[in-house]
Design a protein around this ligand. Structure first.
Ligand code: NAP
Length: 310
């Protein structure tokens, strides 16, 4: 017998909600978009609230929320939703600090709710194949190159330049979510150079170097000043050849031969996983990508860069 779909509300209706969450929910029979909560945004044909408390009180039939606002504001909304015993999906990064997300885990367990800290890049189609291929290789070197044009991908978004908005780590943490998923063992940070525009509170470019206990050279370069072609690559030299994971995880080549390539279906995977977590009464909260970012802010050397204006 078919079960009724989970009624879900999107909270924070902006770019990513419209681009990905609305179509992914529409394409998944396990969910029904039953409301939105947003001060300005809405979705045509869906009941719209401007305040989470009111939605939680008026719609007890809605059992889940997807929190799609910038990370600095996410904690307060998640606490309200969990206290009202709703399952919670967190956009990435899951919060502004590690300790607040630990608190959300505790609250989710206390209220018997699912908490899902999503990392959309982990659902890119070639990531599982890259993980499987790397698993038994001796890695000599792995280099992440994540270079994009902030004006193109974040037009006018001021929150990314405010404390907690992460700057270039906003896309960079996607690369770190793939790294922490595919690398065969834990890494820790050795050094970080963080370039801050003189007029901004978050970095525009970052260089990271990691320690691998087995001696591989592991580095990451994030830069938001890249015009023209955009680059989201992870390349590894191993005892069995060269691996190139490109297009943010959507394409994999070994020694130049394509192994896997498909269009982006990341958010479809996220909602499949959320349905499974709710069905089985579990949470999924992996903070390892965010630990590397926090370590970079702890250990990083600050470098002054040109002022940035949109
Ligand atoms: P956005 O469009 O700037 O913000 C989303 C919505 O959140 C806004 O429309 C706003 O809706 C609400 N909001 C903004 N500031 C808020 C605050 N202080 N308190 C409460 N609500 C607030 O951002 P976005 O690009 O969708 O990104 C949101 C999250 O998704 C970020 O964590 C980002 O890293 C992640 N993400 C974004 C992308 C992307 O391509 N943009 C891709 C993957 C993941 P109202 O004013 O209507 O309340």
């Amino acid at each position: 017998m078919a079960t009724a779909p989970n009624k879900i509300a999107i909270v924070g209706v902006g770019k990513i909600a419209h681009d990905q969450h609305v179509p992914s929910i529409a394409g998944n029979p396990d969910f029904e978009l039953a409301a939105t909560v947003s001060r300005h945004g809405s979705v045509q044909g869906v009941e719209a609230f401007t305040d989470l408390n009111t939605m939680l009180a008026k719609r007890p039939d809605i059992g889940a929320v997807a929190l799609c606002m910038p990370p600095q504001a996410r904690f307060a909304y998640a606490v309200e939703a969990l206290a009202a015993r709703r399952h919670v999906l967190l956009e990435k990064p899951p919060g502004a600090t590690l300790s607040e997300v630990h608190e959300l885990e505790r609250l989710a367990a206390q209220h018997d709710c699912t908490l899902f800290a999503t990392w959309h890049s982990r659902f890119a189609v070639a990531v599982p194949a890259a993980k499987a291929w790397l698993a038994d290789k001796k890695i000599a070197r792995l280099a992440i190159t994540w270079k994009e044009d902030v004006r193109r991908w974040h037009p006018g978004q001021e929150w990314i330049w405010e404390p907690g908005g992460l700057g270039v780590f906003d896309p960079g943490i996607n690369a770190l979510s793939i790294l922490t998923a595919i690398y065969p063992r834990p890494l820790h940070l050795a050094s970080a150079d963080l370039s801050f525009p003189e007029n901004r509170g978050t970095p525009i470019a970052v260089s990271l170097r990691f320690v691998d206990p087995e001696g591989a050279e592991v580095t990451a370069e994030f830069d938001w000043r890249q015009e023209g072609p955009q680059t989201w690559n992870i390349e590894a030299d191993t005892d069995a050849g060269h691996m190139k994971l490109s297009s943010g995880g959507a394409s994999l080549a070994i020694d130049g031969r394509k192994v896997e390539q498909a269009p982006d279906r990341e958010y479809a995977g996220i909602y499949r996983r959320f349905a499974e977590l709710i069905r089985t009464g579990r949470s999924d909260v992996d903070l390892s990508p965010m630990v590397h970012v926090a370590d970079a802010f702890t250990l990083g050397r600050r470098i002054a860069a040109e002022p940035f204006e949109f």
